[in-house]
Ligand binder design. Structure first.
Ligand SMILES: [Ca+2]
Ligand SMILES: [Ca+2]
Length: 82
């Protein structure tokens, strides 16, 4: 995992800064950065089931992590980088 700094400023000039952990990978669904989609990656999405605050895991963009998002990662199971 790597971290990236992110900040945003609202209209009143208030700035919020956070650090976000990200995994760099060449394959969709690899969240822990080991270049393979496996059980750990499916668990990462399933663990956030019904979450509305984790846009990283909301692949269909409906605003919530649901079975659709989990199944997209499950469908990529076994994929890896060359
Ligand atoms: Ca992985
Ligand atoms: Ca979703």
């Amino acid at each position: 995992m790597n971290t990236i700094p992110v900040s945003a400023t609202d209209a009143a000039g208030n700035t919020t800064a956070i650090t976000r952990a990200v995994a760099y990978s060449c394959v969709f669904g690899d969240f822990n950065g080991n270049w393979q989609v496996d059980a750990a990656d499916v668990q990462a999405v399933a663990h956030r089931w019904r979450a509305t605050t984790e846009p990283l895991y909301d692949f269909d963009g409906d605003g919530v992590v649901s079975v659709v998002d989990v199944m997209r990662v499950a469908a990529a199971w076994g994929n890896g980088c060359p």
